[in-house]
Design a protein. Structure first.
Length: 94
């Protein structure tokens, strides 16, 4: 069990799948790489629709999203995520 002092253990981190949604390929790859290095399961995409497919397939529990979206608004994206899986956590980053 995680404690504030220790954080999540590596096995606990591996159970958390993160989708990095970032239109900047280099930045998104770096973020996903850092998450992987720290024991998380992580994927990167530049396409909000692909991120939604990952949610639909149960492939991510957390979405770390750049605030700039192509072809959709933040609110539309969030509404679609919640409709697919209300348990997915979305973090919007600038």
């Amino acid at each position: 069990m995680a404690t504030p002092e220790k954080g999540l253990s590596t096995p606990d981190r591996k159970r958390i799948s993160v989708c990095v949604l970032d239109s900047d390929t280099q930045h998104g790859d770096q973020m996903a790489g850092r998450l992987l290095q720290n024991g998380f399961s992580a994927n990167h995409t530049t396409d909000p629709n692909e991120a939604l497919q990952m949610v639909r397939r149960g492939m991510c529990q957390v979405i770390l999203a750049d605030v700039v979206f192509r072809n959709t608004t933040q609110n539309e994206f969030l509404e679609r995520v919640v409709a697919l899986d209300p348990g997915v956590r979305v973090i919007l980053a600038a």
